[in-house]
Write a protein that binds this ligand. Structure first.
Ligand code: PDD
Length: 277
């Protein structure tokens, strides 16, 4: 069952208007929330980010936070898997015609569904993944979790064709993030992360990794990271709600550090797994 505009329906029965602005313009925002053992992880943080994305695109939030939480929990309860990935989006609805300005009034479309969450297993974490770099050709409001995902689609397909998992993005010589993850760098025992700005998504996992560094006395710094520092890193990780903390061991065909996952990735992954347990 999926949730669509006030109803729980079988996914084959879910119907969205061809005029939905999510479909016509990518005019909406979304969230992906991991669920472990049927418990949504960092749900309040995801709902807060959703509120921020909605506010940033001038779309009235259709539900107060407690209502969002109730709906998300209802979707989780109807799914058979214990570990799930909840997807939700809100679009600016369907006006019955195609025109760019906001429809008056706006009747948003709310969609929530949940699928099985498959996080990287021990073997994948031990092997790490390969990545490519690319110029960050997205817009200047990457802090909004927007449904406009064509750059992500193109970058991830580019990566897939090269046998890679992620694309590491640079803007004007500075690390921004991954195509669908945040990127951490380790150099000389220090965990480095680029500061939040409108050029990257404020990741929920990113925040948690930094919180864990603070709580456990792991040396870290949040500061702009220049492209050469990424290429000379001892470790490189991608982080996201679905990939958790995943080491990148090769960038553009060059080994990252020793070419295998490093000790800080293992330490933070252990802290992360303990935290979520
Ligand atoms: N993507 N940056 C981008 C551009 C992302 O799309 C994501 C997540 C992240 C990591 O954010 P978080 O830790 O809150 O998941 C960073 C999700 C998983 C997706 O689009 O499927």
């Amino acid at each position: 069952m999926i949730y669509l505009n006030g109803e729980f329906v079988a996914y084959q029965d879910a119907k969205i208007s061809a005029f939905d602005r999510g479909c016509l313009f990518g005019d909406g925002v979304y969230e992906v929330i991991p669920v472990y053992s049927r418990r949504p992880f960092r749900l309040a943080e995801h709902v807060t980010r959703l509120e921020a994305s909605l506010a940033a695109i001038g779309l009235d939030n259709p539900h107060p936070a407690d209502e969002w939480i109730r709906l998300i929990e209802a979707v989780i309860a109807q799914q058979t898997f214990d570990d799930q990935s909840v997807y939700l989006h809100v679009t600016r609805g369907a006006a019955g015609y195609r025109d760019f300005p906001f429809p008056q009034p706006t009747q948003p479309t709310v969609l929530i569904f949940s699928t099985e969450l498959v996080t990287p297993d021990a073997a994948q974490k031990a092997a790490g993944v390969r990545a490519l770099s690319h110029a960050d050709f997205r817009w200047l409001r990457c802090d909004i979790k927007s449904l406009n995902l064509l750059p992500t689609v193109l970058m991830r397909e580019h990566a897939r064709r090269a046998g890679c998992t992620e694309v590491v993005l640079f803007r004007d010589g500075w690390l921004s993030e991954g195509a669908a993850s945040n990127i951490f760098v380790v150099k000389d025992g220090v965990v480095l992360a680029p500061p939040k700005s409108q050029l990257m998504l404020p990741g929920i996992t990113y925040d948690l990794v930094l919180e864990l560094c603070v709580a456990h006395g792991v040396a870290h710094a949040v500061r702009p990271i220049a492209e050469p520092e990424v290429r000379e890193a001892d470790e490189l990780w991608m982080t996201s709600s679905t990939k958790e903390i995943l080491p990148i061991v090769e960038l553009d065909g060059q080994a990252v550090g020793a070419g295998r996952p490093g000790p800080l990735a293992a330490q933070l992954d252990t802290l992360y797994q303990d935290f979520k347990a």
